[in-house]
Design a protein around this ligand. Structure first.
Ligand code: ZN
Length: 170
């Protein structure tokens, strides 16, 4: 009986993380857009997971908690200004909101992004999601009203996680 109680206690104290983060969508996104958005997020997360495993510079920059943070994150969506990509809920860093009208989903080659035009559309969502992860992990500070700082954070993600690798995506 005692050992059963201990096992139960242990089970209760060890929260099980989902193997895959479960992207969810907020109401308001039309069902047609829903499948496309979900697919972009799903593919991006799979590639980011692989990047954290195989790219030492990237995993060192983001720190040892990056993989766990990825697994803990709930991704929601909103419909906002086309220039805004995403934001992390300041009250709950496990919640990230992606703008379905923003560059994560609308970026095309040649379009301005982070001062360069050679990033493939498949890489761009990963840059933004890693950027948000910088906020989630407390590596990056508040940049919502500071476009220059926002750019600098994205440049840090590109130089640490995508430099020297051909722009490619999932
Ligand atoms: Zn930011």
């Amino acid at each position: 009986m005692i050992s059963t109680s201990i096992l139960l206690l242990l089970a209760m104290r060890t929260p099980r993380l989902p193997a895959e983060p479960v992207p969810e969508l907020l109401p308001g996104v039309t069902s047609g857009a829903r499948a496309a958005v979900m697919e972009v997020v799903r593919l991006s997360l799979a590639t980011m997971r692989e990047t954290l495993r195989s790219n030492d510079r990237c995993s060192t920059f983001l720190g040892g908690l990056a993989q766990v943070q990825l697994d803990r994150t709930w991704y929601g969506t909103f419909e906002g200004d086309p220039h805004v990509a995403a934001f992390t809920d300041p009250q709950d860093r496990n919640r990230v909101y992606l703008n379905v009208n923003g560059p994560i989903f609308t970026y095309r080659p040649g379009q301005f992004a982070f001062g360069r035009t050679d990033l493939s559309p498949a890489v761009v969502p990963q840059v933004y999601l890693f950027h948000e992860m910088g906020h989630q992990l407390g590596i990056f500070g508040q940049d919502a009203n500071d476009a220059a700082l926002n750019e600098r954070y994205s440049a840090l993600i590109i130089s640490n996680c995508f430099q020297g690798r051909p722009p490619s995506g999932p």
